[in-house]
Write a protein that binds this ligand. Structure first.
Ligand SMILES: *Cc1c(COP(=O)(O)O)cnc(C)c1O
Length: 388
């Protein structure tokens, strides 16, 4: 029987009855840069930690297993992973990218990849017809679903079908859903990207990034690139992510449960003009989410009656932290305009709907009553101040 995902977070299938490492239940941290060779022309399988390290390799096997890939690569951050992946392309290659991506990905494409001769079409992958943008040099489609921060949902299987028909790669940044809720490779994607800083590590205490593929040819290229460009994840950070993954299932379930309740609470507030959460039946991506994911996640975006209201919420929160990032056990609130999406040109930001009254919540695992209590307090104080 194929194991379920909660179990795969704890046990690798092929490690059964394996009492290596003195039977240690927590995988050891191999804090070493290099390895002794038993003889000339012989190797333990490990030569130098930029190429491979047992702790990192163990983490990569766990991640590959969670995303149903043949191989995974662990890098020092999500951006390190995406930057390295862009090296599989060459000048004049054309990539169709969703226009509502993580701000750092947009910055990379515009300022680094374009300088290296890559061309991009930034489109709304959930509304535009992707096929209209394909040209003779198109090599890939790059999406996030749901997108950051506007939570647009793209049908992954449909995008994969277009990619296959035209011989393109489909690359999916799966950070928002984590492998617990969504597995793009199973739906036809070729490469999955993760910021491991978020749900996978889950404790707001380390940076990490992953690339996962189920194609031998891509795996070989990425293997060459990680060894050559050198941003592989350090052993201690690999261990932190391994520890975080053990509780991925219960964290995802609990934070999603909280997110649904907060979305419902926000919908009832007169100062809130829009709540964007793909788990609400009125979200345009709700049905696609039900088809391609096992949950809706715990990211939600909402818009307030004014910029002043939004800024006041950010000033007043205490337990909920005004901070960038997401996917950790602590609830964080973000102002995309000046934080995650500050480097996205204003016209693109506004076109995507990221107004100055837009806030994004990454819901954590606190008791829901305490979260609602804080939000109620912040909202009522703000209402009183702005009206009085
Ligand atoms: C945070 C994030 C990234 C970048 O990851 P880092 O670990 O911060 O480098 C990429 N994509 C998405 C969707 C993210 O949320």
């Amino acid at each position: 029987m194929n194991r379920n995902i909660e179990t795969k977070c704890l046990h690798l299938e092929d490690d059964e009855n394996n009492c290596n490492h003195y039977g240690a239940i927590s995988y050891p941290i191999y804090q070493t840069a290099t390895y002794a060779h038993p003889a000339v022309g012989k190797s333990t399988g490990y030569d130098y930690s930029r190429l491979q390290n047992p702790t990192r390799e163990h983490l990569e096997r766990v991640i590959a297993s969670l995303e149903n890939g043949i191989s995974a690569f662990a890098l020092s951050s999500g951006m390190a992973a995406i930057s390295m992946m862009m090296e599989i392309f060459k000048p004049d290659d054309h990539i169709i990218a969703d226009s509502d991506l993580y701000g750092g990905s947009i910055r990379l494409f515009r300022n680094v990849s374009e300088k290296n001769g890559l061309k991009f079409s930034n489109i709304d992958c959930c509304r535009d017809n992707i096929e209209n943008f394909i040209n003779a040099n198109t090599k890939a489609i790059y999406i996030e679903t749901p997108t950051n921060p506007m939570m647009n949902v793209t049908d992954i299987a449909h995008a994969a079908e277009i990619a296959k028909r035209h011989g393109l790669l489909l690359i999916v940044d799966n950070t928002f859903m984590s492998p617990y809720f969504q597995n793009p490779l199973d739906l036809g994607a070729d490469i999955v990207v993760h910021s491991g800083t978020k749900y996978l590590s889950g404790h707001n205490d380390t940076l990490a990034g992953f690339l996962i593929t189920n194609r031998e040819d891509i795996s070989e290229k990425l293997s060459f690139l990680i060894k050559t460009t050198g941003a592989g994840l350090a052993p201690f950070d690999s261990w932190l992510v391994l520890r975080g993954i053990k509780t991925l299932g219960i964290r995802m379930e609990k934070s999603q449960e909280n997110a649904i309740k907060i979305a419902e609470w926000l919908k009832k507030q007169k100062s809130v003009t829009r709540v964007i959460y793909p788990g609400l039946p009125d979200h345009p991506g709700f049905e696609i989410m039900k088809k391609q994911a096992r949950g809706f996640g715990s990211m939600l975006t909402f818009q307030l009656i004014s910029k002043e209201f939004a800024l006041s919420v950010l000033e007043k929160v205490r337990m909920i932290k005004f901070a960038e990032s997401l996917g950790g056990v602590e609830t964080l609130i973000t102002y995309p305009t000046t934080q995650t999406h500050a480097d996205v040109p204003e016209e693109i930001r506004l076109k995507n709907g990221i107004t100055e009254s837009t806030l994004r919540l990454s819901v954590g695992i606190e008791n829901i009553d305490d979260l609602i209590y804080e939000l109620e307090k912040v909202f009522s104080e703000t209402e009183r101040e702005l009206n009085g």
